[in-house]
Design a protein around this ligand. Structure first.
Ligand SMILES: [Zn+2]
Ligand SMILES: [Zn+2]
Length: 103
């Protein structure tokens, strides 16, 4: 699921259902259902002990898209641009949350 046209950050795969979820939407959803976290798409109960696996392919696709925007001359999406910086920060934040999932 990509809920943001551009700038979705650190997509990951829900366990056990296998849905790909936008990092931020997934964790926003989990934060609202802390006691019994579920998949943001199908509401399957997530397994705490099982990892939420980063979806590298999806992440790379988004990174390429961001790169294409920068290459097309969109200043905001250049590496020094505001949108790029903000996106990179959100991505780091989600990756941190992925790394502490289940612990
Ligand atoms: Zn999202
Ligand atoms: Zn699911």
């Amino acid at each position: 699921m990509i809920s943001h046209d551009v700038g979705s950050a650190a997509a990951h795969i829900a366990n056990p259902c296998g849905h790909t979820i936008c990092g931020e939407c997934g964790f926003d959803w989990i934060a609202r259902n802390k006691r019994a976290p579920t998949c943001a798409i199908c509401r399957t109960k997530l397994i705490r002990a099982a990892p939420l696996i980063p979806n590298i392919a999806m992440d790379n696709t988004i990174a390429k898209h961001v790169g294409a925007l920068a290459a097309s001359g969109c200043v905001d999406w250049q590496p020094t641009g505001a949108k790029h910086k903000e996106w990179a920060q959100r991505r780091e934040c989600v990756l941190d949350r992925l790394s502490v999932w289940g612990s």
